[in-house]
Design a protein around this ligand. Structure first.
Ligand code: KIV
Length: 279
């Protein structure tokens, strides 16, 4: 009986309601970033609950130093590809798209218009935006229009020039207090979940207990209701970037490099293509 229930849960489409129920049942939520069709297809097939089309695409896909340059049109392009990838697999994963820098900070009207474009032009299921009290008006406006919002507190990369570094946030009491209050405000404003990035694990655990919506941690310890990593990092596609919170589940940098070297050698030596690879 319980096996039947478990398998039903695994095939049920992930919705805002399901992730809240998962928190209530104490089931951890597995989220990964994805930026393209092929990866999204693999993530959904492998059972990831949420695919985040992160604005980290600006760094890991486009090679920028920060997340700031990526545009709304570029996020729409990536999100469309991810939606097609998930649909071509089981279609179970929820797809959340990041609102890029300056697409929601100017006014709540602007935020709603841009969140609407992301939803309407891509087919994603929710948007994510960074910040607490400063963006609460926008969060309310977007949620009131029927668009689910995921919050993001702690190290918020769009504010990197304000912070001045990628160090752990909210270690000091004042900032920790602000984060506790921001999490409550986001919940009240109707956010369905909150990413907690690079904050002390005790604080993340306390916030996760204090609110009824799920927290998804990155560098925030095991007390969060779910975890997220940048897919390129966990697959070992860029081994030069190795913060403490990244666990590498593969070494694709090595695998790809070996494969490409072998291909180059085969082409140069005339070993590729062979007779059975030709018409
Ligand atoms: O853009 C991103 O990849 C993110 C995650 C790190 C949470 O916001």
């Amino acid at each position: 009986m319980s096996t039947q229930t478990d398998s039903k849960q695994l095939t049920r489409q992930v919705t805002t309601r399901l992730v809240v129920e998962m928190k209530q049942r104490g089931e951890k939520i597995a989220m990964l970033t994805g930026y393209d069709f092929t990866t999204a297809r693999l993530l959904d097939s492998a059972g990831v609950d949420i695919v985040l089309v992160g604005d980290s695409a600006s760094n890991v896909f486009a090679g920028n130093d920060t997340t700031l340059p990526i545009t709304l049109d570029e996020m729409i392009y990536h999100t469309r590809a991810v939606v097609r990838g998930v649909k071509s697999a089981t279609g179970r994963a929820m797809i959340v798209a990041d609102m890029p820098f300056m697409s929601y900070q100017l006014s709540s009207e602007d935020a709603l218009k841009n969140a609407g474009r992301l939803m309407k032009e891509t087919g994603c299921h929710a948007v994510k935006l960074e910040g607490g009290r400063a963006v609460i008006g926008s969060v309310k406006r977007i949620v009131d229009a029927g668009i689910p919002v995921m919050g993001h507190l702690g190290l918020t990369p769009q504010s990197i020039y304000k912070f001045g570094s990628y160090k752990v946030r909210a270690k000091e009491q004042r900032e920790a207090e602000e984060l506790r209050s921001d999490a409550g405000l986001l919940e009240e404003a109707g956010a369905f979940s909150i990413v907690l990035e690079k904050i002390p694990k005790a604080l993340a655990e306390e916030v996760s207990r204090a609110i009824s919506i799920p927290t998804i941690g990155i560098g925030a310890g095991a007390g969060c209701d779910g975890q997220v990593l940048v897919v390129n990092d966990m697959l070992g596609l860029n081994n030069e970037f190795s913060p403490r919170f990244v666990r590498r589940y593969a070494n694709l940098e090595q695998t790809i490099s070996d494969a490409v070297k072998t291909y180059v050698a085969d082409v140069r030596s005339g070993m590729f293509p062979n007779a059975s690879e030709s018409y």
